[in-house]
Design a protein around this ligand. Structure first.
Ligand SMILES: [Fe+2]
Ligand SMILES: [Fe+2]
Length: 469
């Protein structure tokens, strides 16, 4: 395997030094990236030392280094997981054939599209979250926000490397466009809808990292199955970093829930807003919003694109090799949700075209685990959170033109308007949550709406100076 070049301008384990043209092209992209980071990355603290994890290796015995770094000096590098000897394509019409180490000509356009769509989400989320640093509930949380941000930056590097290395001139153009589209820009927005919504407050951030970064996990996990081996190895390594992003979401929401339960018990009321806590119905509405927006990211229930990607060996299923079927799916059928004027039912569909729904189902099952954990805390005050029905607040697919309540009833437009304030965050909810957002910058201190974490980062104490102000 290729060794790590950690002193290079761009740290990497892809032997950049052995390909001068590529190295020069990426070194020319690097200042544009830094310029983007300074302009559209975090709005403050860019010149402060932050205790950050940096990827430095891909091996089993530790792949990251923890130290103080000022974010513009972060060592964004290019790392691919170690190659699997004699790896074979695990699905589709090329099942059992050796994986590709270059882009097959006939799949070039599709692969480029997959890389561009994935890559676009990475800088998008940094842009969405750039204002949050001024209202972090603690230094610990501020550091976690920055950790997520710099790693999304590295994920952009991961995709830009693939574009430069394997897609020639078009790839270089696409890499430049990654820095030209901006989240929420009226003229040149990010590609996917959910990545054009701002992340206005920390409750939204925790929900975003729980649900939307988890969509990222499932996309990366199915691209890790790809027959295009460089894409597979890239995504494999990105998943290591992604786990922390979901940890931030799961423990973040968990700590809000814990604080809500504390305040409920202390004051013997579930109306905890007057005591600076976030009440369960508000948490539920935020959850409903972020869950439903993330469900849309998987696309329509049936898709010929998804079928083609699978048949061609470009994008597999979550945990493809653990599945017990023929991994070709030509003769298999499944059921997908189907909404009509009469109600919500199911219809049969070829398994091959229903792959978006299969991935969405896997995502929903994964989301459930966190909800169950939060509900164990909420059981102490007889409250619970629920995942909304898959059809709730959707804009894509069979539910896109329907109104569905969180418990899965088809409702009229009038009913929707009458109840939407119970189901989705209202202007009043947003204003209230916003009013709780005050930056806490004293080490070990925590804003009043969220409980402290149970432990610190990388064996440091919770009151460690994670960001030096
Ligand atoms: Fe990412
Ligand atoms: Fe992420």
């Amino acid at each position: 395997m290729t060794s790590i070049d950690s002193d290079a301008k761009i740290p990497n384990n892809v032997d950049l030094a052995g390909d001068r043209r590529l190295q020069r092209a990426l070194e020319a992209w690097q200042p544009k990236f830094i310029e983007w980071w300074r302009a559209l990355g975090p709005v403050a603290f860019q010149d402060r030392p932050v205790y950050l994890r940096t990827a430095i290796d891909v091996g089993q015995e530790g792949w990251a280094n923890f130290d103080y770094v000022e974010m513009p000096d972060y060592r964004w590098g290019i790392f691919l997981a170690e190659p699997e000897p004699d790896r074979r394509i695990a699905f589709g019409d090329h099942l059992g054939e050796p994986v590709w180490h270059d882009v097959p000509g006939e799949h070039r356009a599709d692969l480029r599209r997959l890389v561009v769509v994935q890559g676009d989400t990475e800088p998008a989320s940094v842009e969405q979250q750039r204002h949050l640093c001024t209202t972090a509930p603690s230094l610990y949380d501020l550091r976690n926000l920055f950790q997520v941000n710099v790693e999304e930056g590295r994920h952009l590097w991961a995709m830009v490397y693939l574009l430069h290395r394997y897609f020639g001139r078009d790839g270089r153009d696409e890499a430049d466009e990654m820095l030209e589209r901006h989240s929420g820009d009226a003229d040149n927005p990010r590609i996917l809808g959910a990545f054009n919504e701002p992340t206005p407050d920390w409750l939204s951030f925790f929900m975003f990292t729980y649900f939307t970064d988890r969509d990222g996990k499932f996309q990366l996990a199915s691209l890790r199955e790809s027959g295009f081996d460089p894409l597979s190895r890239t995504c494999d390594f990105m998943l290591k970093e992604e786990a922390h992003h979901m940890f931030v979401g799961a423990t973040g929401v968990g700590r809000v829930v814990e604080r809500t339960v504390q305040l409920t018990k202390e004051h013997d009321t579930d109306d905890v807003r007057q005591f600076g806590g976030i009440d369960v119905p508000t948490l539920q509405r935020y959850l409903n919003f972020h869950c439903s927006v993330s469900l849309d990211l998987f696309g329509a229930e049936t898709s010929t694109n998804a079928a083609n990607y699978f048949a061609a060996g470009l994008k597999g299923r979550f945990h493809e090799e653990r599945r017990v079927d023929d991994h070709r799916l030509h003769d298999e059928t499944t059921t997908v949700p189907h909404a009509t004027d009469d109600g919500i039912g199911e219809r049969e569909a070829p398994a091959l075209t229903a792959l978006n729904e299969t991935l969405r189902d896997d995502f929903i099952a994964d989301c459930r685990k966190g909800i169950e954990r939060w509900n164990r805390t909420l059981a102490g005050v007889d409250a619970e959170l629920k995942l909304p029905h898959v059809g709730f607040n959707r804009n894509v697919g069979t539910f896109g033109s329907r109104r569905v309540s969180p418990d899965g009833q088809l409702v009229s437009e009038d009913d929707w308007q009458a109840h939407v304030a119970e189901w989705l965050p209202t202007a009043d909810d947003r204003a209230f949550v916003e009013s709780l957002m005050v930056g806490v910058t004293e080490a070990g201190k925590m804003a009043g709406w969220v409980a402290p974490p149970s432990s610190g980062i990388h064996a440091r104490p919770v009151d460690f100076e994670y960001v030096v102000l």
